[in-house]
Design a protein. Structure first.
Lengths: 280, 262
């Protein structure tokens, strides 16, 4: 099945409503395996029913791709089994690190933009890819500070990791925008030289401006803003394929109907952006 | 980490881990370059970390907020108790500094807090019930989300003297020395009254708590150890029919999944 259109993250407050509905209201759901595997109970069974009924893409949160902590075999086994069971077309993780010395921060911490970090991350991505039953994508993150003295730009770092690992790219368009504001660059120029042929999926989300810190933070806690929608519409024809876009909302989660309305508006922008491409 | 080897990358990650998890950030706040030097970062990395001090303090807030959130969600009574005493932040700081959150599953943060209380004995001279209260507060999610194991084969519907009762794998037969089930946000200190509780999921999947007598709790515990109901009831001096009626009720409530030969 070819995934396209604008999907939605399946979130806990909406599980019962989605499970009870007859018609699937989205082209696909995205779900984090970490929030499902190794659990049980009534709500868990509802989630499994939805995943059985609807199309699903998986997205990981905590494998600390740039970290050093070893992955527990049972964590990898559970993940691989879940990916098979959901029939996801691929699995993705963030280009970041989250744990060190066995201590997990559950935060997406930026990698240093260094050659050592490229080599290390490429090796970790290849190692994980070898354990997974589906293709693997890396997602570019929002970062608020460089870690250490950079030897290259964030863009070149991402480029070298994607090329070195030879993996797909989950292009988070909101993260590109957030970084462009926080670090002062033109997001279109940033995207123009990137390997868009590697993009298999996109993320789009809302962010929040924190006046005191003078910083935009990728909160996933607000509606998507127009400049981010415009950036999605700008890049889609340049990708040249109807790659699936996922609307993320993890904080201040509104009623499902509100998110579905936002999804519908994004779908219209998506269809409009790709109209010329699909006609060609 | 590479066995016995540090590199610029490992030193940077170690420094940031210290920054975000240690209770006191004043050393970094006041002298970020010295903080970096203490962690053996090279001169360029020291300068870079110092130049972005405020942004790294944002990361510290993000990490601590993310890790404290499941604690507030899971332990509202414990949090109220400690906030009233002005020590909740101190408890969270000590917990984070212990670095006991090691699981990649976010749901494991709250159980790690209970494990930390058990290991550290933090606050328990002043509040001897603290560990039991936190354990009880974490129980609901533990029971509700317990994996749906396949039922063991050969289960029988009726209790009998030569059988044992089989608890649902999600159910917990627990003894507390404080009446933790009576604690509330309004009255967070449980009285020192022994309590025997059977916590389970009902057939609709809702969390339920049954208060037991010590004899019934012992009957279930012996059953879990494989001792037949008849000899246990004789030992406890409980009439079989009375106990069997209760066990049937537990079965209908979903706490007991059936019976099997001892």
């Amino acid at each position: 099945m070819a995934f396209s259109g604008v999907g939605l993250g399946l979130r806990r407050p909406h599980i019962e409503q989605v499970a009870a509905s007859d018609a699937t209201p989205v082209p696909f759901w995205e779900i984090a395996p970490e929030n499902v595997v190794g659990q049980g109970g009534a709500r868990h069974r509802m989630i499994l029913d939805i995943l059985e009924r609807d199309d699903v893409i998986t997205h990981g949160l905590s494998m600390s791709m740039g970290g050093f902590d070893a992955w527990a075999p049972e964590v990898l086994d559970r993940l691989a089994a879940f990916l098979k069971a959901t029939d996801t077309p691929w699995h993705s993780e963030h280009l970041c690190w989250s744990s060190f010395g066995g201590a997990h921060t559950h935060e997406l911490l930026p990698m240093p933009f260094t050659r050592e970090a490229v080599r290390h991350t490429v090796a970790r991505v290849k190692a994980l890819q070898a354990r997974l039953p589906v293709p693997f994508l890396l997602e570019n993150i929002s970062y608020y500070a460089e870690l250490g003295a950079p030897e290259m730009s964030e863009r070149d770092f991402l480029l070298e990791v994607l090329e070195g690992a030879d993996c797909g790219w989950l292009l988070d368009i909101n993260n590109v925008y957030v970084n462009s504001v926080n670090h002062g660059f033109d997001p279109k120029a940033w995207l123009a030289g990137m390997p868009l042929h590697r993009v298999a999926q996109m993320h789009i989300a809302g962010h929040t401006w924190f006046e005191e810190e003078g910083l935009v933070i990728d909160t996933h806690g607000a509606p998507v803003l127009d400049p981010v929608v415009d950036l999605m519409a700008w890049v889609l024809p340049r990708i040249g394929r109807p790659v699936p876009v996922l609307l993320e909302r993890d904080n201040e989660i509104p009623e499902l109907e509100v998110l579905l309305a936002e999804r519908q508006a994004l779908q219209a922008a998506y269809d409009h952006a790709l109209a010329g491409v699909t006609r060609a | 980490m590479p066995e016995g080897r540090t590199t610029p990358l490992t030193r940077l990650q170690r420094a940031v881990t210290d920054l975000v998890l240690e209770a006191d950030a004043s050393a970094f706040r006041q002298h970020p370059a010295a903080f970096a030097l203490d962690r053996s970062l090279g001169p360029d990395d020291q300068l870079a970390l110092a130049a972005r001090r405020d942004r790294w303090l944002v990361y510290r807030d993000l990490v601590r907020t993310a890790l404290a959130e499941p604690l507030s969600d899971t332990f509202p009574i414990t949090q109220t108790l400690l906030e009233e005493a002005g020590t909740w932040t101190e408890a969270v700081d000590a917990f984070l500094a212990s670095r006991t959150v090691s699981s990649p599953y976010y749901r494991d943060v709250a159980p790690a807090f209970v494990g930390w209380l058990a290991d550290s004995r933090w606050g328990q001279e002043r509040w001897p019930f603290l560990l039991q209260l936190a354990h009880y507060e974490a129980l609901e999610l533990d029971v509700l989300r317990h994996p749906d194991d396949p039922l063991p084969p050969g289960l029988l519907r009726e209790p009998a003297a030569d059988r044992v009762a089989v608890l649902d794998p999600a159910a917990r037969n627990l003894a507390y020395s404080f009446a933790v089930q009576t604690a509330t946000v309004e009255a967070p200190e449980p009285p020192p009254v022994c309590s025997w509780l059977l916590c389970h999921r009902d057939p609709e999947g809702t969390f339920r708590v049954l208060e037991l007598t010590p004899h019934v709790s012992a009957l279930l515990a012996r059953s879990q150890e494989g001792q037949a109901l008849g000899p246990t009831l004789s030992e406890l001096g409980v009439a079989p029919e009375e106990a069997f009626t209760l066990l049937r009720d537990f079965r209908d409530r979903g706490a007991v999944i059936g019976f099997r030969p001892a």
